[in-house]
Write a protein that binds this ligand. Structure first.
Ligand code: CA
Length: 674
């Protein structure tokens, strides 16, 4: 997430600086910690066959009134039949109303009075809402399950390194007419089977299944604020509104809070049915608004990190940052993630700007999620978006990731080594002909774990083996942020022919699909996805609110670039068939992975030997030649089967190399096995 600051104009006058400082010192007092934090997991509105329980945490409130509305239209309440009920105060900052009535489908708001000022607010712990989150809604979750939900579960994943992650925006999949998908821009679009482009190539869910990835990683699909749910348009969705509610613009009826829950569950069920795991991109590091958020109206300045001068800290570069180290914020994150994992059967989470979360919070999340599903994946951006008051040593950054077992970070070192910096569009990388990057490539191939043949002094992009284990390293060359791989190749190698750039693209893919760690890629990379800038020249590297015409997947390109697609499919099947590429611990990497010595200048070659990871192949030999001329590698003498070269890749060998040398043509890889 690197969209620019989109801070909203505050409609609420912020409290005076002194008052903000008073709040903050109260939150840090012993009294507060002892008497005003709440450890129950039942905040929000809980509705079962036995009745409904409203529970709010607001330690400073003088009065809270619950407003109930029987109906809503376009997000707003119908006042006919409105009821107002004062909440009762309990210890630990809790306010509550309990009734035997089953209020499923009833909308609600709170009127909260703090320091004599009364404000209306939705419930940050709500599990359903009306369109645009204008009203919270009571939901009996047992009524929101699709048929067969009790038997729904994600794929088995013995090690995180077995995952192959496919990063997808729900709207992108279906919006282009070439998708052949009926439910455009909706959760339901991801449930359609057998869709194809006009040339008969599978699109949508069928395409993803055929490609062979293990998990679909969905860009934000919790409720975000930037899209009008009554008239949806494109947005990435990195501006959280309601953390425990699906986004309404992806549903067929945003006003009826049950519908989006059911439709998201149906989508998950369809993905699970296709053997695919579901990862949610979560953005707990900031909220769309700070001053005016529901959090801030119920507990002023508690949920956020504040600067000394009383302003919101802005380590997210989006106007505020949440304070994960505060007990109630930490509990919110832990409970919210546990809720998604249990109620929605989510298989993993990707943490936006994870460096803004503190290490203890990430550990607490891991521990809680282990109780639900130890195979659940956790990974994130190991950096912040700007300056944060959180101490460096407390941050869940890439350099601290080894302190958080079971959590992985994106490997920007390998990303930039393969294709050049994301910040300098023209900068070349290993595949585009930049020299002296071999050690960085080798560093990445070892998942940034220590290896006797990798000399940190020669690694340009890092000064430490930052990954504690290969399971903590996510390898990639494209994501929603920045240029697509194909556009980056166009910018940094504008003089090249399409044929040559395709070779570079294939070589890039071969590197990260054979590297140790967890491979990840942006949807469409497998058929040369491009995002040409709207109405201008160049490409759109920050398309967070660009139109569908820029963002959507153009499925007609799948026909044109079908050889690239087949190459990706081949690399994926090769990786999935061979555990040698998916080693689970750093010791296995230093034991079984060795780099070829005396390789030609500006090349990398390595062996995976000794049936690494229990592989059926005794030895695998991987050779990368980014040079514009052929090179000859010396390899262990014998007869080798060819699994990948410049043109083809797959799990079925298609050629043979005999002897102690292998010639690798310009800008290509060679993968051999025996
Ligand atoms: Ca929304």
């Amino acid at each position: 997430m690197n969209q620019p600051t989109t801070t909203k104009q505050s409609v609420n006058k912020p409290a005076a600086k002194k008052q903000i400082r008073d709040y903050i010192s109260y939150y840090h007092s012993e009294d507060f910690c002892k008497e005003s934090t709440y450890t129950g997991a039942d905040l929000g509105a809980t509705c079962t066959g036995e009745g409904t329980n409203f529970l709010v945490w607001s330690p400073q409130a003088e009065e809270i009134t619950l407003c109930l509305y029987p109906a809503a239209k376009d997000g707003h309440p119908s006042h006919i039949g409105e009821k107002r009920i004062p909440l009762e105060k309990y210890p630990h900052g809790i306010w509550s109303y309990r009734t035997k009535e089953m209020l499923h489908g009833t909308y609600y708001l709170y009127l909260v009075t703090i320091d004599g000022k009364t404000q209306e607010t939705t419930d940050p712990y709500a599990r359903a809402c009306s369109a645009n989150g204008a009203l919270s809604m009571v939901v009996n979750l047992s009524l929101t399950n699709p048929a067969g939900w009790e038997n729904d579960h994600g794929p088995e994943l013995p090690s995180p390194t077995d995952a192959i992650l496919y990063e997808l925006h729900i709207r992108d999949l279906s919006m282009d007419p070439s998708s052949g998908i009926q439910n455009k821009g909706l959760f339901a679009g991801l449930t359609e089977q057998g869709t194809h482009n006009k040339d008969g190539f599978a699109t949508g869910l069928s395409h993803i299944r055929e490609l062979g990835v293990t998990h679909v990683h969905l860009l934000p699909c919790f409720d975000f604020s930037s899209v009008d749910e009554n008239s949806p348009s494109f947005n990435w969705g990195y501006d959280p509104a309601n953390y425990n509610i699906p986004e309404g613009s992806y549903s067929t009826d945003p006003d009826n809070g049950s519908v989006r829950i059911l439709e998201m569950k149906k989508m998950i069920q369809a993905l699970h049915g296709a053997g695919l795991g579901v990862i949610m991109d979560v953005v707990y590091n900031h909220t769309a608004s700070g001053e005016d958020s529901h959090f801030n109206r119920l507990a002023p300045y508690y949920y956020y990190r504040m600067e000394q001068d009383g302003s919101f800290a802005n380590g997210s570069a989006c106007g505020n940052e949440t304070a994960s180290e505060h007990p109630m914020v930490r509990a919110f994150l832990v409970d919210s993630l546990a809720y998604w994992a249990k109620e929605y059967h989510i298989d993993g989470f990707r943490f936006d700007l994870m460096g803004l979360h503190d290490i203890d919070t990430m550990r607490a999340i891991r521990a809680r999620l282990n109780e639900i599903n130890p195979q659940l994946l956790m990974y994130g951006e190991g950096w912040t978006g700007g300056k944060s008051p959180l101490k460096e040593e407390m941050r869940a950054t890439k350099s601290n990731i080894s302190l958080i077992p079971g959590v992985a970070a994106f490997n920007d070192n390998l990303r930039d080594a393969i294709k050049g910096s994301v910040f300098d569009l023209r900068e070349k990388g290993f595949v585009t002909g930049k020299k002296k990057l071999c050690e960085d490539i080798r560093f990445g191939i070892c998942a940034c774990c220590p290896h006797p043949q990798v000399d940190l002094a020669n690694v340009r992009s890092a000064n430490a083996f930052w990954a504690g284990e290969p399971t903590q390293c996510v390898n990639y060359v494209s994501a929603h942020d920045n240029l697509t791989l194909w556009d980056k190749l166009a910018c940094s190698f504008s003089s090249g022919t399409k044929t040559l750039r395709i070779r570079m693209n294939k070589l890039a893919a071969a590197i990260y699909f054979t590297a140790q760690g967890i491979p990840f890629f942006q949807a469409g990379e497998e058929f040369l996805r491009s995002k040409p800038a709207e109405g201008g020249t160049g490409f759109d590297g920050n398309s967070y609110r660009s139109p569908d015409s820029v963002n959507s997947l153009k499925w007609k390109e799948l026909t044109k670039n079908h050889d690239v697609y087949e190459y990706y499919r081949g690399l994926i099947s090769l990786r999935r068939a061979h555990p040698a590429f998916r080693l689970r611990c750093k010791e296995d990497i230093s034991t079984h992975l060795s780099f070829l010595a005396d390789v030609p200048e500006n090349t990398v070659g390595f062996l995976l030997s000794g049936h690494a990871g229990g592989d059926t192949l005794k030895e695998i030999c991987v050779l990368f030649n980014p040079n514009r001329h052929s090179v000859q590698f010396y390899i262990p003498n014998g007869t080798w089967a060819v699994y990948a070269d410049a043109e083809l890749a797959g799990n079925e060998p298609f050629g043979e190399v005999k002897g102690e040398t292998s010639v690798v043509p310009p800008v290509s890889c060679m993968i051999l096995g025996r």
